[in-house]
Design a protein around this ligand. Structure first.
Ligand SMILES: [Ca+2]
Ligand SMILES: [Ca+2]
Ligand SMILES: [Ca+2]
Length: 215
């Protein structure tokens, strides 16, 4: 990553936060591991990013089958997003425990290999969604264009979890080494006054980035 690009990513992330609605709408899927190198049971996970203190009751995590668009798995979430903003749901090994270290919730989050989609919703509708794989002849329930299908042992993660353009292909990258519980940029939202200041800086950043690209 070039030195020029790093500040852009941070600023773009802050811009993404500004575009998100308050309360539960600010929760995004930040990383998903659905296929482990060995047994998926107890080893896979879903990572969410949101405002610390957000209560997750009334939220559902759904697996949508790419073959027919039906919900093949529905998980009722519970708990509260901790101070670091990162909430890890570790797959249930079958006895209420998980092998995913640092999990905030244990649930059956072993989702299918693609083409399939994972949807996070509340009582009012979809908060975020991720479709992965080749959806030729299949039903896509993600956002924008699908992310690639990650190989066994690799996860799909937002390259900047504070940025949600609602285009899975643009927002997600494949991580060879999954990172449950950590994200690539500071996750805890900044105070509103600082966000306002930084939003005013975004135009300048955009201009400087164009200059870098042109050069
Ligand atoms: Ca799986
Ligand atoms: Ca989204
Ligand atoms: Ca992570």
């Amino acid at each position: 990553m070039s030195r020029e690009r790093t500040p852009f990513l941070v600023m773009a992330g802050l811009a993404g936060m500004l575009l998100l609605s308050p309360v539960q709408a600010s929760i995004v899927l930040s990383e998903v591991l659905y296929d482990s190198t060995g047994s998926d049971n107890g080893n896979v996970f879903v990572e969410l990013l949101g405002a610390p203190g957000t209560v997750l009751d009334n939220l559902l995590l759904e697996g949508i089958n790419g073959s027919d668009g039906t919900v093949y798995r529905s998980i009722a979430l519970s708990g509260v997003i901790p101070a670091d903003g990162i909430f890890v749901i570790g797959d249930d090994s079958g006895d209420g425990t998980t092998l995913v270290a640092g999990s905030d919730l244990v649930a059956e989050v072993d989702f299918q290999n693609g083409p399939d989609s994972i949807v996070l919703r509340d009582l009012n509708g979809v908060l975020d969604a991720l479709g992965y794989g080749d959806f030729t002849g299949a039903m896509f329930s993600g956002e924008g264009s699908a992310a690639p299908d990650a190989a066994a042992g690799s996860s799909l993660a937002r390259f900047n979890p504070l940025l949600d353009t609602d285009n899975n292909l643009a927002d997600f990258v494949v991580l060879d080494i999954p990172t449950p519980g950590t994200v690539p940029v500071a996750a805890v939202p900044l105070p509103p006054a600082l966000l306002l200041f930084l939003s005013g800086m975004l135009g300048l950043v955009s201009i400087s980035r164009k200059r870098v690209l042109a050069g």
